[in-house]
Design a protein around this ligand. Structure first.
Ligand code: SF4
Length: 176
């Protein structure tokens, strides 16, 4: 049986154990702090738009994505979907759900709150709800999210947000 049913999980990665130290659970426990941190980071990053424009979005894409992956992988087990919704999911990355669900849990959540696919892992959406209850903007978890666009996998969400906030046109996602 494959241990990587999700397109967003590294090949061969074993599911996390509930009793192992997982930084992502620490981030979810401190979702209010993470929310505050992001609220400081976002405007500071967006303010760098003229510099990024000067460098060129295409040139900046790879280095920014590398830094973003490093930071968000350490904090959230980020899967670099390229369309980050952490602030709407209690800081629990929905791409860690083996079914990649982005609008709440499946019907298989175990009685102990763990995942039906990975029995030792708390359900991503149970953790998302817990995290969201601590956040000022936590009710965003009720927003309906569009389906995940696999063409954006590996691209920088930070640059995408920068483009959205500054009204810089986002190029259409490339088909693979
Ligand atoms: S139980 Fe939760 S984490 Fe597991 S597949 Fe269902 S929604 Fe995803």
């Amino acid at each position: 049986m494959s241990l990587t049913p999700s397109a967003f999980e590294p090949r061969g990665k074993r599911p996390p154990r509930a009793d192992s130290f997982r930084m992502r659970f620490v981030s979810i426990r401190h979702s209010r702090f993470m929310e505050g941190l992001y609220n400081v980071f976002e405007p500071a990053f967006v303010a760098m738009e003229p510099l990024i424009r000067k460098i060129g979005y295409e040139k900046a894409e790879r280095p920014v994505a590398v830094v973003e992956k490093f930071v968000k992988d350490a904090l959230f087990d980020c899967r670099m979907c390229g369309q980050c919704i952490l602030s709407s999911t209690g800081m629990s990355c929905p791409m860690n759900c083996p079914k990649n669900l982005r609008n709440g849990p499946c019907g298989g959540v175990r009685a102990n709150g763990n995942c039906e696919v990975y029995p030792d892992m708390p359900c991503v959406w149970v953790k998302a709800w817990e995290g969201s209850r601590q956040m000022k903007g936590g009710d965003a978890i009720r927003d309906v999210q569009p389906p995940v666009d696999h063409r954006l996998k590996g691209t920088s969400s930070w640059l995408r947000v920068m483009r959205e906030k500054t009204g810089t046109a986002t190029p259409p996602a490339k088909s693979h």
